[in-house]
Design a protein around this ligand. Structure first.
Ligand SMILES: [Zn+2]
Length: 175
């Protein structure tokens, strides 16, 4: 099976339905390293509709459980590489699920960077000001239900949805 848009060729498929493909990673960092793909082509996470995001992450959760049960993993890493600076190699969105064991020598450790209290305060202010634009924690579905139930809030919610989100715009620089 091949994506018609980016020509991503799937191999090592362990599961497939109308919406998703789960396959062995082509460059596994551990035995049982899996990738979950939406069948429709999206480059980055922001393009994936809310209901498909739900399906993909519900699946990631189930696959993680499967790795604990069938491969006796001691832990799992669930990773999205969103954009080239984040290590994204394929132009087709995917979620990596990596089974982990004690002392497996896979190194995801990051070194904390030093930041001044002023820098931290500035970034906190900048980010908390923009979180109201993106209706955090609410899917599109939920927003529709909310706007039907609470007439007085309808306008505010519509405005929020229509507003341009600069954080997300910045992420659109894609492979
Ligand atoms: Zn594709």
């Amino acid at each position: 099976m091949t994506c018609r848009i980016c020509e991503k060729d799937y191999s090592g498929i362990i599961y497939e339905d109308d919406d998703i493909i789960i396959s062995l990673a082509e460059k596994p960092v551990a035995l049982g390293h899996l990738k979950i793909f939406p069948k429709k082509h999206y480059t980055i996470m922001e393009q994936v509709p809310d209901d498909e995001i739900k399906t993909l992450f519900n699946t990631a959760n189930k696959i993680s459980t499967l790795l604990f049960e069938s491969l006796q993993a001691h832990g799992t890493n669930i990773i999205v590489r969103n954009g080239i600076p984040a290590g994204q190699e394929l132009s087709h969105f995917s979620i990596d699920i990596i089974p982990r064991r004690q002392s497996d020598n896979i190194n995801f450790e990051w070194k904390p960077k030093r930041a001044s209290p002023e820098q931290l305060e500035a970034v906190k202010k900048k980010l908390s000001e923009t979180t109201s634009d993106i209706s955090i924690g609410k899917s599109t579905e939920t927003r529709e239900i909310v706007s039907k139930k609470e007439d007085n809030k309808q306008e505010t919610i519509k405005e929020q949805n229509g507003e341009k989100n600069y954080l997300i715009e910045a992420l659109k620089r894609t492979p």
